[in-house]
Ligand binder design. Structure first.
Ligand code: ATP
Ligand code: MG
Length: 248
């Protein structure tokens, strides 16, 4: 299996405070990783530093075998736009644009396909995530779950190799969380690598591997294997037993 993301001895310092220290992770193509840890342990900082949204102060990040942690901002944003997808707790869609227009926007910006094709791709993504009925709605006139699904569609419009998510279900109720995670698992099964930061053990139980951060270092990792092959409850139990050992 090919390594997609290779994080080597990564450190991050903010004005005298060492927030991340000597982080090493190799992420295989098609893998689904969950990052857990107490509030303030450095999860979001790690996600930002491995996805090129921020730059590490030591160590390096390779993406598809190329060092990305030292690229200039222009080159890095090009890679982020065309090869990476991002989802956050709140999807930050553009006001005064419909759901569909928000989804196609990064597709038009990347310009890889003609607009007709991008529109078709957006329609297919909305169909897949169950929001076709609100495609032409203003973003103020849809539910939180629909907004988050639109955010997922937008993050996938350029067919990214990897999807980064920071607490994507943090603002959702448990039934909507399940729907969103079913979508993310499906996207992963279809080949997109996924790295998700979450507080929710049920969400992390969807991943192949769970990484536990403590005070800015990797404290431990748990291999769960691909989701779907075993009883969901026993998988969640395995994870919660392990999390207890981490003091979570
Ligand atoms: N831009 C910044 N400048 C200075 N310190 C920062 C900055 N960003 C994060 N930190 C500090 O780094 C530490 C880790 O923050 P981070 O947001 O990565 O934690 P987290 O694990 O994502 O927490 P949470 O679960 O609450 O989201 C915190 O102590 C935070 O105050
Ligand atoms: Mg965070």
């Amino acid at each position: 299996m090919k390594t997609l993301l290779d994080v080597q001895n990564l450190g991050k310092r903010f004005e005298g405070t060492q927030v991340l220290n000597d982080i090493n992770i190799k992420v295989t193509e098609g893998e689904f990783i969950a990052i857990m840890g107490q509030s303030g342990s450095g999860k979001s900082t790690l996600l930002y530093n491995i996805s090129g949204m921020d730059r590490p102060t030591s160590g390096m990040v390779l993406f598809g075998g190329k060092i990305i942690s030292k690229l200039d901002d222009k080159k890095m944003s090009e890679i982020r736009l065309k090869q990476m997808g991002f989802i956050f707790q709140h999807s930050h869609l553009l006001k005064n644009l419909s759901i569909r227009d928000n989804i196609v926007f990064p597709g038009f910006k990347a310009g890889r396909y003609p607009r007709d094709k991008i529109n078709q791709m957006a329609d297919a993504l909305m169909e897949k995530t169950g929001i076709s009925n609100v495609a032409d709605h203003d973003i103020k006139k849809v539910s939180g779950g629909q907004l988050q699904r639109a955010g997922i569609c937008r993050s996938l419009i350029n067919q990214p190799k990897i999807l980064f998510a920071d607490e994507p279900t943090g603002a959702l109720n448990s039934s909507t969380t399940k729907d969103v995670m079913n979508i993310i698992n499906k996207v992963n099964t279809e080949g997109t690598t996924v790295i998700i930061v979450t507080h929710d053990a049920k969400v992390a139980a969807r991943a192949d591997r769970v990484v536990f951060l403590m005070d800015g270092t990797i404290h431990d990792q748990l291999k769960l294997g691909k989701y779907g092959g075993e009883n969901e409850l026993s998988r969640e139990k395995r994870l919660s037993g392990w999390l207890e050992k981490q003091g979570f």
